[in-house]
Design a protein around this ligand. Structure first.
Ligand SMILES: [Zn+2]
Length: 196
């Protein structure tokens, strides 16, 4: 696409849209586009760290660097129960729910304190056990696998370091974490449970 047209597109964006793209959707942007983003940030008097967030999504990181970013999330209060004395971590809850004519499969990441993470996996196991097995034709076979995946995920809820789920969540949100690393309220938004 012609760089002039791209520039016009950015100029037409609302502040919110520009911030969203720069902080969450900047992976793989052409180098010239960063100059456009920089100009728009200056022109609109936005937080200069938004550009850092865009650049952060295009870097390669050593595991130690990702761990460092992840501690910014670990130190926040639990987004589910508000607990501030345990370090947060991540889990994936795996669910199958069969209804009369359809079956839903879900894998949902959660960042929270270890107690809340355990509850997440327990609930996923329970609802899968109750609602998963009679899905036709795969429920009967997949239900034990999904229950086992929750069981496996649960083993990582109480480890001392950032677990794999938290690290991959950190990488997926690296642009926003870099932009808002000094803004606790904004960081809290990043780990807020999503409504599906
Ligand atoms: Zn909690």
């Amino acid at each position: 696409m012609d760089i002039k047209i791209i520039e016009e597109n950015y100029q037409r964006m609302s502040d919110n849209e520009l911030i969203r793209i720069a902080t969450t959707d900047a992976r793989g942007l052409r180098p010239e586009v960063f100059v456009i983003i920089e100009n728009e940030i200056k022109k609109r008097n936005l937080n200069a760290d938004i550009l850092k967030g865009a650049i952060a999504q295009n870097k390669e990181y050593a595991i130690e660097e990702v761990e460092k970013y992840s501690t910014l999330l670990r130190d926040l209060p639990c987004p589910i129960c508000g607990n501030t004395h345990d370090k947060l971590n991540g889990t994936i809850s795996h669910t199958i729910k069969s209804f009369i004519i359809f079956t839903t499969y879900g894998t949902e990441p959660t960042i929270a304190c270890p107690d809340c993470l355990d509850k997440k996996n327990n609930n996923a196991m329970l609802s899968t056990a109750l609602l998963g097995w009679w899905g036709i034709p795969w429920g009967f076979f997949k239900t034990p696998i999904y229950i086992y995946r929750n069981y496996k995920a649960k083993q990582e809820n109480r480890i001392d370091n950032s677990n794999t789920t938290l690290l991959s969540y950190t990488m997926s949100n690296i642009g926003e974490i870099e932009t808002y690393k000094d803004d606790k309220e904004k960081l809290k938004e990043i780990i807020k449970p999503k409504k599906y």
